[in-house]
Design a protein around this ligand. Structure first.
Ligand code: PMP
Length: 389
């Protein structure tokens, strides 16, 4: 019998030989700009905790109060076991933030995307997705059974051509894109995508995972910041700027009603825990009432941009708090990440197959200080120079 599993070791060896082997870093402290790794204080440039809310006392208090009131688990799927006033409140709060008729909360952003895409399209339909879309958009597309075509990254000409050639052969068409690309940090041309969708009668699903809390004067995301008014499907996560766990879809009341009846990853999974739900509600209240956190995040980005320019380090994009820097091949990128770690900086190397080219991916937090960002830039410059022949 053991023979049947021998391939796993071989497969792991192949992954190691390709320099693709990964394992998570152990962090022994509360989320924040500074964390404890191996008994040492380290500056965190690897989290999606953009506003610093994952360690905020108000979210912690809300989570504790929800546990006290409702217990630790949601006990079953919402359609079978019922749901809490907290679930309804969170969905209303998200709909208010996004200015949509309704919203539906899933157990993660990944599940929200997979379930929504697979519910919206099927065998007779077409999905056109940006080639750099997040894994859950891609896997949702596969799961749907629709014909799936990638278009070049933010390449409107390619998207337009593919729509012109293919659209008429399919019943429904869904265009999918991240609004902020998770590994490059650049922004999708959403306004132009909406225009093409209108021309070719397509639905659009935008993943606002890295934009919610960060873009727009109320933190509602990039769709809202760009003033897009046409109907579309907004998906996102509660786990990044909102500091909790869970995902959501925001859109028309009919869309949400439909998903409650058709999205398998919502119907057949346990509802979001009371603690996560309450923490997310508390987070949205804060992003609505404390724009200074967002302003500080953008100021931190300006400082990092300035420091990188002075050090002659070119980032893939500097349009969001995700700043990715290509520093060489996989071995060089890993060596630079290791040097940064030695200096007390957690700034991870991201490698194929996650991304086409290796890079150091930095993510900023509103609570990083000027001194911390200066330190990062200085160490990065030193590490890059050390690798030059
Ligand atoms: N979409 C994007 C663009 C993401 O980066 C992520 C998380 N890495 C997700 C969706 C999944 O969200 P969650 O972590 O809530 O499952």
């Amino acid at each position: 019998m053991a023979e049947a599993y021998a391939w796993i070791e071989q497969s792991l060896n192949t992954i190691r030989r390709a320099n693709w082997y990964r394992s998570p870093q152990l962090i022994a402290s509360k989320a924040g700009a500074e964390v404890i790794i191996n008994d040492r204080s380290v500056l965190m440039f690897a989290s999606n905790n953009y506003l610093g809310l994952a360690g905020d006392q108000r979210l912690i208090d809300a989570a504790i109060a929800a546990c006290q009131a409702y217990g630790t688990g949601a006990t079953g799927s919402r359609l079978v076991s019922g749901h809490l006033p907290l679930h309804q409140e969170l969905e209303q709060t998200i709909a208010n933030l996004k200015q949509t008729e309704a919203a539906l909360v899933f157990s993660s952003g990944y599940l929200a995307n997979i379930g929504t895409i697979a519910a919206l399209v099927g065998k007779r339909d077409l999905i056109l997705g940006d080639v750099y879309n997040h894994s859950c958009l891609k896997n949702g597309a596969i799961l749907s059974g629709a014909t799936v075509l990638d278009y070049g990254h933010s390449d409107l000409a390619d998207l337009g051509n593919k729509l012109a050639q293919q659209r008429s052969q399919f019943r429904r068409c869904l265009i999918t894109t991240d609004s902020v690309f998770s590994m490059d940090g650049d922004l999708a041309p959403l306004t132009e995508i909406m225009a093409l969708a209108e021309k070719y009668d397509c639905m659009v699903l935008v993943d606002e995972a890295h934009a919610t809390g960060v873009f727009g004067d109320r933190g509602a995301g990039l769709v809202n910041a760009l003033g897009i008014k046409q109907p579309l499907i907004q998906v996102g996560t509660l786990s990044k700027a909102l500091g909790s766990l869970g995902g959501y879809v925001a859109g028309s009341a009919q869309l949400i009603d439909f998903l409650r009846n058709r999205a398998a990853s919502w119907i057949y999974t346990t509802g979001l825990s009371p603690a996560d739900t309450a923490a997310a509600i508390a987070a949205i209240k804060i992003i609505n009432t404390e724009p200074e956190r967002r302003h500080q995040l953008w100021q931190n980005l300006e400082l990092l941009k300035k420091q990188l320019a002075q050090a002659n380090i070119i980032a893939i994009a500097t349009e969001s708090p995700i700043v990715a820097i290509e520093v060489g091949d996989i071995a060089t990128t890993l060596a630079i990440a290791a040097q940064l770690k030695e200096k007390g900086l957690f700034a991870p190397a991201i490698r194929p197959p996650t991304v086409p080219t290796p890079r150091i991916r930095l993510t900023l937090i509103a609570t990083h200080t000027e001194a911390q960002i200066n330190h990062l830039a200085g160490c990065l410059k030193q590490a890059v120079e050390k690798t030059k022949p």
